[in-house]
Write a protein that binds this ligand. Sequence first.
Ligand SMILES: C[S@@+](CC[C@H](N)C(=O)[O-])C[C@H]1O[C@@H](n2cnc3c(N)ncnc32)[C@H](O)[C@@H]1O
Length: 266
Amino acid sequence: MDAFEDFKAAQRTRWVHFAPLQSITTPAAARLVKHARIQRGMRVLDVACGTGVVAITAARLGASVTGLDLTPELLAAARDNARTAGLDVEWHEGDVEQLPFEAATFDTVVSQFGHMFAPRPEVAIGEMLRVLKPGGTIAFSTWPPELFTGRMFALVGRYAPPPPPGVPTPLLWGDSTIIGERLGGAVRDITFDRATMVVPALSIPHYRQVSERTSGMMVPLVESLATNDPARLGALRAEFDALVSEYFEGNVVRQGYLMTRATKIE
Ligand SMILES: C[S@@+](CC[C@H](N)C(=O)[O-])C[C@H]1O[C@@H](n2cnc3c(N)ncnc32)[C@H](O)[C@@H]1O
């Protein structure tokens, strides 16, 4: 139990520097909102909302939106984003494994590259389905293990300390068979779609530099290796650059991902 709480406390500090990456998750947010079929008047929950890109896109359509995230610094940016857009969104600091909402509250529950980082997938999805109304829609975007970001997470994972026992890789959320098993009998009409995030980069080292300064997967690892094992950091950087080179062309890196949608059974 404590190991899971410690893991989440570490997640809360990991993602503190993520805000600049909202420029690349913003176009994807519009795709997820469309995939989830969000419409005016719906009650929507955006889980692990970060700076609120999905929540605010849904609110712009006229949905009544709540965003929840573990990281207070990102929620501060989300509040600022909502103010700038002139929209009302309800923001909560909280944990997807323990949602502070009544059962059957929302018409739609979404998560963009978010709930996949909770340590216990069955607890996270159980909570997301609990707060969803029967007949409501659950939809999320995740990284498949075989595409660039999944391969990059696996590479970084080889250099990082292992997660506590019982915490599976978040990349299993990118496997359609496992998604089907995890949603189980609670839903019907599971539908998948694929999309690509096109990330501008002036060079491969530019792309790596942004990742090292912003990504929750990279920031703590690079900090620790820089202090304790610079040679190993050099090896990580060489492998990272070689992987990026497979996806870097025309000043962009292509990051393919998976979108899932399902309906909670009545
Ligand atoms: C890759 S960011 C995605 C943020 C945002 N959804 C977007 O698309 O820009 C991952 C987010 O998951 C949040 N997170 C990680 N574990 C969480 C948990 N157990 N409960 C709620 N949020 C969590 C982090 O704080 C971070 O904001």
